[in-house]
Design a binder for this molecule. Structure first.
Ligand SMILES: Cc1cc2nc3c(=O)[nH]c(=O)nc-3n(C[C@H](O)[C@H](O)[C@H](O)COP(=O)(O)O)c2cc1C
Length: 482
């Protein structure tokens, strides 16, 4: 699979039997609602929508791309035969290794590529030519950029960032861009605004879902997501050099739009059904991308990735990848004996983070909790960080809450961090004009207190040997087998 090429990816997924083509679903709400039904299945399908009313056959939308272990494994080039647990295991330390190798896989400039099959400039640009879905009934409009990748350059260092940020279709040549404070693209936009210069941008709207995975997680500042994708695929991403923005254009992308964001120029955007399961604030002014050039392949495919009440399009893979980001950050910060990390999907892979450790010294649990709460993968719009001992499986909420209920004392074991990095889409604050620019974190230390660890009452439960013995004798009676 060539990195960036969605057609290669589709061929590989078709071979797994996990791809379904849906014909005739309407872009207005039907595609979104069908996706919602899909995400609630134990193993959601990848859905390719074709014959969309008002659009010619071939103008397609793909959703649910990496919502199963097989497809996430394929997208990360780890193969399709992994369980969720295997993937978590395989990713330990792997993100750091890929990031370290990114420089060796800088994008390769090419002279030609399938994205040049159709090129429009100036007045010929028409973004309404693609079946951008109206995903949720309460959305403020049609969202064309949901699984996209926005490329921006840091005007001071030249570094090119790739990030996934929602984009509303405003009209034929304008997109509303929602990049929250502190996000890399937002920092770049602010730097251009301070210079009173237009910010050049490129957005890929359909591609190998690997681009959306990397655009959607916390890749370190200064690392190019395109190079990172090359490191994962083991070959560089092919790009064309734009004569307009001088930014790289992914040559094998389905649809690429490029143009400028002008300082101070905003338009009403939103609301939009967000990753935590609530609508974001009512319509609010956001930066606008003025699209000057549009390129696409023949019969292009939009990559859709709608959020909503979890499970949603990306809650599965975001939990796995963001857990791996936090795991690596803990290790890099020198926190020893981290056993596992889990960003729970029910917290939108941000708001409920559990870390299990093997306690080695007094203060170890608080150290793990505070680092997890403040590293980039756990830093934004977090809410609760729970630290548990190694006998607790952090992915099992029943076990986690048992530890909270029995091993922590509220006064002693809950630390608060005030005025931490918040978000305009935090459901607690959407009624405020600026949203929750900062919020509070609770770190719950649910480990056995260090000083009592040797006298803490033992856990009740038959020993594995006793259980095995009685199961062998009477298990069948309970329908347990051997
Ligand atoms: C499908 C999807 C949609 C997202 N939408 C937004 C968004 O609209 N605004 C935003 O600030 N972050 C959004 N995010 C989160 C960012 O992509 C994420 O924080 C990422 O790290 C941003 O890139 P950066 O670290 O280079 O800024 C989205 C993530 C995904 C996976």
């Amino acid at each position: 699979m060539r990195p960036g090429d969605l057609r290669d990816w589709l061929a590989a997924v078709e071979a797994t039997g996990e791809l379904r083509t849906v014909r005739g679903a309407h872009w207005h709400l039907e595609i979104g609602a069908l996706c919602e039904l899909d995400y609630r299945l134990p193993t959601p399908w990848a859905l390719l929508f074709d014959d969309i009313p008002d659009y010619p056959r071939g103008r397609r939308v793909l959703a649910g791309a990496a919502a199963s272990p097989a497809r996430l494994g394929l997208t990360l080039r780890l193969g399709p035969d992994h369980s969720t647990l295997d993937l978590i295991q395989a990713l330990r330390g792997q993100l750091t290794r890929w990031a370290a190798r990114a420089a060796e896989f800088a994008p390769r400039e090419v002279a030609d590529g399938p994205v040049l099959e159709h090129v429009y400039e100036g007045d010929a640009v028409d973004l309404t030519a693609f079946p951008a879905p109206f995903w949720h009934e309460g959305d403020g409009g049609r969202y064309i950029g949901t699984g996209g990748l926005l490329l921006t350059r840091d005007p001071e260092t030249g570094w090119i960032n790739g990030g996934t940020y929602r984009m509303q279709l405003l009209d034929r040549n304008r997109l509303g861009l929602f990049a929250l404070t502190g996000k890399h693209a937002r920092i770049h936009l602010d730097k251009y605004a301070a210079l009173q210069e237009p910010c050049p941008v490129v957005v890929s709207l359909g591609h190998d879902p690997l681009f959306a995975l990397l655009g959607g997680i916390e890749v370190p500042y200064g690392v190019s997501e395109l190079a990172y994708a090359g490191a994962i695929a083991g070959e560089p991403v092919e790009v064309l050099r734009s004569p307009l923005t001088r930014l790289p254009l992914p040559a094998r992308a389905e649809i690429v739009a490029e143009g400028f964001v002008y300082p101070g120029d905003t338009a009403p955007e939103g609301p939009y059904g967000e990753f935590h399961g609530y609508y974001s604030a009512a319509e609010a002014p956001q930066p606008v991308i003025h699209v000057k050039r549009l390129l696409h392949r023949r019969d292009p495919i939009l990559l859709g990735s709608p959020p909503g009440r979890p499970p949603h399009d990306y809650s599965y893979w975001a939990s796995i990848l963001r857990s791996a980001v936090v795991f690596d950050a803990l290790v890099e910060a020198g926190v020893p004996d981290v056993r596992a990390v889990w960003q729970h999907p029910c917290g939108g892979a941000r708001m409920l983070l559990v870390v299990s450790i093997r306690q080695r010294y007094p203060g170890h649990a608080r150290q793990a909790g505070h680092v997890a709460a403040q590293c980039r993968g756990g830093g934004q719009v977090g809410r609760y960080v729970i630290v548990v001992d190694e006998d607790i499986d952090p992915t099992d909420l029943e076990q986690v809450m048992w530890a909270v209920a029995t091993r922590s004392d509220p006064v002693r074991d809950i630390d608060l961090i005030r005025r931490a990095w918040g978000s305009q889409v935090d459901p607690q604050f959407v009624t405020l004009p600026e949203g929750g620019l900062t919020n509070t974190r609770a770190i719950i230390d649910a480990c056995r207190p260090w000083e009592f660890r040797d006298v803490f009452p033992p856990v009740v439960g038959a020993s594995p040997e006793l259980l095995a013995r009685v199961r062998a004798r009477w298990g069948a009676l309970l329908g347990l087998g051997q």
